[in-house]
Ligand binder design. Structure first.
Ligand code: 9RB
Ligand code: ZN
Length: 372
């Protein structure tokens, strides 16, 4: 029984440019900055904490490979793949699709290595080389749709890995649980009409993108009922996340009975994140992990593969990552040095208005049953 672990130095070399969120533009008052919100140092710091703490010795290190074009094309249009590949040859690189997702020269190869890292981990979990695992891959993927990247994402790593699991490894049903604070719109759209993949996104209501992630989005055609959205109000903290998890996420997974659970693991619901307004802590991420692991033991031989998505606090994200990885590996968690500073702060308990919204989401998503 071991926990797979992926990080590659090249993930830290993905160049997000000198903008903060939009590209630098002195005429608009946007002074160049060394650390774009999505600068890969934040992800690299997860790896370095895992290494320096010694936790890495309890993990089975896996070597990622680049996803092949054929593998990317299971999810993406050839126009999209070709455009990223072409812009990747330019001296100044390009943008994945929305004008706020820049990448430097050679970005295509790193994005393919990111998708390939997701494949490597899923393969190890499904074939039983490891029992579960965490891949600190970069760039992230959950906003990338078939025909374009957006929101700092180039290729939809999770979708590429799930397609691989189904088409190559013989996995019948996969569930994606996306706890990144932003809506997993790309993953949802890729599997919109596919009943073999349940996509669940728990996110801050209308944070990004602001026009999707509503509870009314449930998939269409054969896929109707196989997309689930849990849009939480801003300010939701530890108890609110766990309440939504236990009352909505876990029952939906139990109902679907997946053969594999893939987690799109962003840490931007964390209390210090600059791109959202939630109040999750290391304990929140640890307990959500525990809850998924228990369910996976019950349903699918413990097969859980977690892929890095967002997370923009260089201070806090490493501790969130280490908390999740420790739980996966069943080792002692690190002490979170940021928690004592929050003792007594309001926002971590389940507030009445949050409970009311979560109960309403549970009610609205109840009628669809996947049981045969
Ligand atoms: C757009 C701008 C955003 C906002 C948030 C994210 C977070 C992504 C993430 C990405 C891009 C600006 C569309 C600024 O963490 N996902 O997990 N977009 N921001 N200007 N415009 C036009
Ligand atoms: Zn995010």
């Amino acid at each position: 029984m071991s926990t797979g672990y992926i990080w590659h130095e090249l993930y830290g070399w993905y160049d997000t440019g000198t903008g903060g969120q939009a590209p630098a533009d002195p005429n608009a008052g946007l002074q160049p900055l060394t650390h774009h919100f999505a600068h890969p140092d934040t992800k690299r710091r997860i790896h370095e904490l895992v290494a320096v703490s010694g936790m890495i010795n309890a993990l089975e290190r896996l070597q990622p490979r680049k996803a092949t074009e054929q593998e990317l094309l299971r999810v993406h249009t050839s126009d999209h793949v070709e455009r990223i590949k072409y812009e990747s040859t330019l001296a100044k690189g390009g943008d994945t699709g929305d004008g706020v997702s820049p990448f430097g020269k050679g970005g295509f190869d790193i994005a393919a290595l990111s998708a390939g890292g997701a494949i490597t981990l899923v393969e190890a979990v499904v074939t039983g080389t490891v029992s579960n695992g965490y891949a600190i891959i970069n760039p992230p993927g959950h906003h990338a749709r078939s025909e374009t990247g957006m929101g700092f994402c180039a290729f939809n790593n999770v979708a590429v890995a799930v397609k691989h699991a189904r088409e190559v490894l013989g996995v019948e049903k996969a569930a994606v649980v996306d706890w990144d604070v932003h809506h997993g719109n790309g993953t949802q759209s890729i599997f919109w009409t596919d009943p073999s993949v349940l996509t669940i996104s728990i996110h801050q209501d209308r944070c990004y993108p602001t026009d999707s992630g509503f509870v009314t989005e449930r998939g269409e055609g054969d896929g109707e009922g196989f997309a689930l959205n849990i849009p939480l109000p801003p300010g939701t903290g530890h108890e609110g996340y766990l309440y939504a998890f236990e009352t909505i996420v876990i029952p939906a997974l139990r109902d679907f009975k997946p053969d594999l659970i893939v987690v799109a693991s962003g840490f931007d619901a964390g209390m210090h994140d600059p791109l959202a307004r939630q109040m999750a802590t290391t304990a929140t991420f640890r307990l959500m992990t525990r809850s998924i692991l228990a369910l996976a033991d019950e349903l699918c031989g413990g097969r859980v593969a977690m892929m890095q998505e967002g997370g923009y606090s260089p201070q806090y994200v490493p501790f969130c990552g280490a908390a999740v990885i420790a739980e996966l590996a069943g080792v002692e968690p690190l002490v979170d040095p940021y928690l004592p500073g929050q003792v007594g702060a309001r926002g971590f308990d389940l507030e009445p208005h949050q409970k009311a919204e979560i109960d309403e989401i549970a009610r609205l998503t109840q009628p669809v049953s996947h049981s045969a």
